[in-house]
Design a protein around this ligand. Structure first.
Ligand SMILES: [Zn+2]
Length: 277
């Protein structure tokens, strides 16, 4: 958390509010949050925000100045937020970057992160290309059914870790992986290469439906996710299995949702009746 739908909601709000704005000033609270390109920070002053891209769970601002384009990439990590100012008091403490803006609909954009998992990268165009190709596999929203089915079919290993493997399929984390697998009636520990063709197509269809609906609902506000304008995501109301262990399965099968603790601290939530191994 945030996962792809939340990052997409962030990217869309940024497009709506700050596209075309000029960066007047930048303020950096702590330098170690910038993992790459720190010396180029002054370059961004005076640059125009010409585009907003989402790659996996990261958001990249394309900034233009004097015919040159550079990128400011924010990893949202586990707890990172991009927020418009002015903000509620409580977000002042862990704000690491403030871009003061001119000509957009908001006065500034802030990167907030109470933990240190989130990071910023200042990259030129080839740098962004490398960043994306090293970290991110296909995008689950734009990947074709054929490509997706081929990816899963040729993989050894369990289905849920595969869905969450950013270098294979970028952007799905624990919440959406659980929700997708329940709706596709596939056990999280199923061997990926053993899933048959109709089930694979079902998985693809469900994955796209879940992500599209979650984006439409503004994402899921679990723990501390807010969109840049401070609005909460409403998809949490549609969660069927995530965090629902011990409850009756919503499909009416009579089963009880179980929680399986994985080695990586991430739990799987599933219905043993609907999702047989
Ligand atoms: Zn069930």
């Amino acid at each position: 958390m945030p996962e792809l739908p939340e990052a997409e909601v962030v990217a869309r709000q940024l497009r709506e509010h700050i596209l075309g704005a000029i960066i007047k000033e930048s303020w950096l609270g702590r330098e170690d949050i910038v993992r790459q390109g720190l010396p180029s920070l002054p370059w961004y002053r005076g640059a125009r925000i010409a585009g907003v891209e989402r790659h996996g769970k990261s958001v990249a601002l394309a900034c233009e100045r004097g015919g040159d384009t550079r990128y400011l990439v924010a990893e949202l990590g586990m707890t990172g937020l991009l927020l418009f100012g002015p903000l509620r008091e409580r977000y002042q403490k862990h704000t690491h970057l403030i871009l003061t803006l001119d000509g957009g609909q908001v006065s500034d954009l802030r990167y907030w992160n109470p933990r240190r998992f989130g990071r910023l990268y200042l990259l030129d165009k080839p740098g962004l290309g490398q960043f994306v190709s090293r970290r991110f596999g296909c995008d689950p929203i734009t990947v074709s059914r054929e490509e997706f089915c081929a990816l899963v079919r040729t993989r050894r290993g369990r289905l849920k870790p595969l869905l969450m493997h950013q270098q294979v399929i970028a952007g799905i984390g624990n919440i959406y992986a659980n929700e997708i697998l329940f709706r596709a009636r596939l056990h999280p520990a199923r061997q990926a290469h053993r899933v048959n063709e109709p089930a694979l197509r079902r998985l693809y269809r469900v994955m796209q439906q879940v992500l599209a609906q979650a984006i439409k609902d503004g994402g899921s506000s679990v723990r501390d996710f807010f969109a840049p304008d401070g609005s909460e995501g409403r998809y949490k109301r549609r969660h069927l299995v995530y965090g629902k262990d011990g409850r009756r399965c919503p499909s009416g099968c009579g089963g009880t949702i179980r929680r399986l603790r994985g080695s990586d601290q991430r739990s799987s939530f599933y219905c043993p009746v609907c999702q047989r191994k």
